[in-house]
Design a protein around this ligand. Structure first.
Ligand code: SAH
Length: 380
């Protein structure tokens, strides 16, 4: 006879995590599921779906709200796993409708989330776009020279439920359906791959399955260029969109701007993107923050065009981002944005060399919510 503590054959390991946000819908390698939790309690599998629905669709605030779960199951759940919603520790409203949230999780660690509503959403019929920019980590380990997040340190990886929770909090705060999700907040999603994918599956799954019901094609992951993650994403069943923060297609320049990416060379990145396209038939996009005198020269732009064209047969779409000022500029190298006229000329050059390009409008910079401005706050 085997005891509970050694019985892992039914999928419910003895040492299940003690935070409900560590769990996810079934189907992510290395991440325990709500079904594992119910299994452990010897409950039928439909209870896992009920639990997920209370978490993500019906917005329960505590186990006792989950009235279709038997009282003794609720009691046992409370003993096994903490269930604590994220608290809005701070929210800032931008003139352009953008809101930046500082969310505090059960252990006091905080992460930032940005909501970007389509202009005029207040008076629309509810069909207006509302994009949520979620963080995958509290802080970041990569320390890119132009980004505020890395310079203020790394606290920890976020849990799957903490990633999905960011979307739920924004939907509730705006009282509006979230239409798009971009994993472009703090942190590097591919250095927290399993939890990020598990979080995105919660965001993507239909309401009936206990998810937030946002279409995979409306969900974008942005990576600084972690090649193993690109390879893994290519094999995922969901059609999530991939963006890569390139910032230079010249190895020496990129090494200087993104020193945390040693070991992820451009040639391998390019090959991984080609393979990604072959496998998925989805074109990746490339993000490129224009920095005066650093990555905006004729030679740099020619290298960018070459890189973008060779990513896939249709090429990669290039998103030019005007470099945003960093909130904690003192420690930053003296990096300045390329001026608007030069940026427009660069876009034209790229177009004439058959690269599809757009210039990303910066949003929320008055509240330090724009790309690269999310500094890690150590509160709690
Ligand atoms: N680690 C992932 C997810 C972060 S996304 C990644 O690097 O893709 C945040 C985006 O903002 C990235 O494209 C990043 O390169 C960009 N960014 C960082 N600092 C910036 C700045 N000062 N101005 C403009 N974009 C910046």
């Amino acid at each position: 006879m085997h005891t509970e503590s050694t019985d892992t054959t039914n999928g419910a390991a003895a040492d299940l995590p003690a935070d409900l946000f560590a769990y996810a819908l079934a189907g992510t390698e290395g991440i325990p599921s709500y079904a594992d939790l119910m299994d452990k309690l010897r409950q039928p599998s439909y209870r896992a779906q009920q639990l997920a629905q209370w978490l993500w669709v019906r917005a329960a605030a505590r186990y006792d709200d989950m009235t279709n779960l038997p009282a003794d199951v609720r009691t046992q759940l409370a003993q096994m796993a903490v269930f604590q919603r994220a608290v809005i520790a701070d929210v800032q409203h931008s003139r352009d409708g953008t809101r930046k949230y500082l969310l505090r999780f059960a252990d006091g660690i905080c992460a930032e989330t940005v909501a970007l509503p389509q202009r005029g959403y207040e008076t629309s019929d509810g069909s207006a776009r509302l994009t949520v920019c979620v963080s995958a980590q509290a802080g970041c380990t990569l320390a890119c020279s132009f980004c505020a997040t890395g310079r203020s340190g790394f606290s920890r990886n976020l849990l799957p439920g903490e990633i999905a929770e960011q979307v739920r909090v924004v939907a509730a705060d705006y009282g509006h359906r979230v239409s798009n999700v971009v994993v472009m907040g703090q942190g590097e999603p591919f250095l927290n791959y399993d939890a990020t994918l598990a979080g995105l599956r919660i965001i993507n799954a239909a309401n009936a399955a206990g998810g937030l019901g946002i279409g995979a094609r409306h969900i974008t992951l942005s990576t600084a260029g972690i090649i193993s993650g690109i390879k893994r994403l290519a094999a995922e069943p969901q059609q999530f969109t991939l963006a890569v923060s390139l910032h230079s297609a010249v190895q020496a320049t990129r090494d200087r701007l993104m020193p945390g990416l040693q070991g992820q060379p451009l040639a391998e990145l390019n090959a991984a993107l080609q393979a990604y396209y072959q496998q998925t038939k989805r074109r990746p996009s490339l993000e490129y923050a224009l920095i005066a005198g650093v990555n905006d020269s004729t030679a740099e732009i020619a290298a960018l065009a070459q890189f973008a064209r060779s990513c896939s047969s249709g090429g990669a779409h290039v998103n030019l981002i005007p470099l945003n000022a960093s909130a904690t500029d003192d420690a930053l190298l003296d990096l300045q944005p390329t001026n608007a006229a030069t940026a427009a000329r660069i876009a034209e050059t790229l177009r004439s060399s058959k690269v599809e390009v757009s210039i990303r409008a910066s949003r929320g910079s008055d509240i330090a919510a724009a790309c690269g401005q999310l500094a890690q706050q150590h509160t709690g």
